[in-house]
Design a protein around this ligand. Sequence first.
Ligand code: PGA
Ligand code: ZN
Length: 398
Amino acid sequence: MTNIRKIHLRVILDSRGNPTIEADITTDHGYGRFAAPSGAVTGMYEARVRDPVEALSYGREHVIPRLIGEDSLDQIGIDALLHDIDGSSDFATIGTNLAITLSLANATAAAASTGVPLYQHIGGLFIAGPPLPLAHVLGGGVSTHMETGIKEFLVVPVGAPSVTEGVFANAQVHHAIGSLLAAEGIFCGKGDEGAWSAQVTDTKALEIVSSAAAEVSDDCGFGIDIGIDVAAGEIYDPETKMYCSRQGDRSPEEQLAYISELVRDYHLVYVEDPLFEDDYELTAELTAKVGGFCLVCGDDLFATNTSRIRQGIQAGSANCVSIKPNQVGTLTDTFESVKLARSHGLETVMSHRSGETTDTTIAHLATAFESVFLKTGAAGGERIAKLNELIRIEEEME
Ligand code: PGA
Ligand code: ZN
């Protein structure tokens, strides 16, 4: 039997040293665990997060008793029940952090109860294999108080013959960037996602990442391309309608031209949130211009939310959707977003959050949903936990 027998909630540490909620779910024949990640640069359309200690006591009193005895194999039913208990449209009552923790701990318990890996339990028998890793290797933006106006500089080993080789190539690029920064005497630290963080301009950052990627590409014998997460909502001032960073102030049209130029000059294959999250129109213009060879991805733009993705599809805003399960709160909601995107020809990128735990579930979800990339850092315990799981999944599926 796969009925839920026991649920235990606890508060644990996340990678920033903040409390986060973790759930253990036990059925008659299996056991599953998940812990909630958390964003720092959270889009305004994400579901609501509750204080973990409050969410835990609310969960023990009002949520767990309703889930005990339910069939863990009925994921859609469990997720519908979570919505029903919550009663709001954005998990304001129980918190998206509690909802996603219970939803994904349940999926993990269900997979264990039936004796199949999580990616197979969710994705079925004929999934292609794990996705390539998209790694955040150099960061800046407002979140680290560093110079760059762009939040993240990313690499993706597009030519890698295997995911495992790609994972190692990204780590090598991460090392090479550290060496290049040191060789130039540029003082650097590391951000929340393990990426280097330095006082450099956007173009200097792109030059460093390009040289590091080229160096490693020569060494590995396959192509490594570059991407950015602009997180433009962070630098947009709705009053003046200007994008303002230490890299200068730009009107929306200037921002569009700036990003288009970067895509052309650095052969970017991935651009996330190039404009602030309500600018469907200019994001569509960028996609029309560069979408043939570059993935224009909505993270804050869509917030993994089907009504926002639908709006984006109508406007032609992007050709890729960032998928962060805790932005919506359940596995079913996550699946609905993936299904909607894929049915309209948009790619998906499964993504970590800046605050993470050593949980590996998103590696399975990225595989099950056939995401084009899994976005994480390249180094650091909570990031490598996911990357090493990709390696294991690839090995298992060979
Ligand atoms: P977050 O940042 O997890 O802090 O939201 C990651 C991103 O913007 O992609
Ligand atoms: Zn983002």
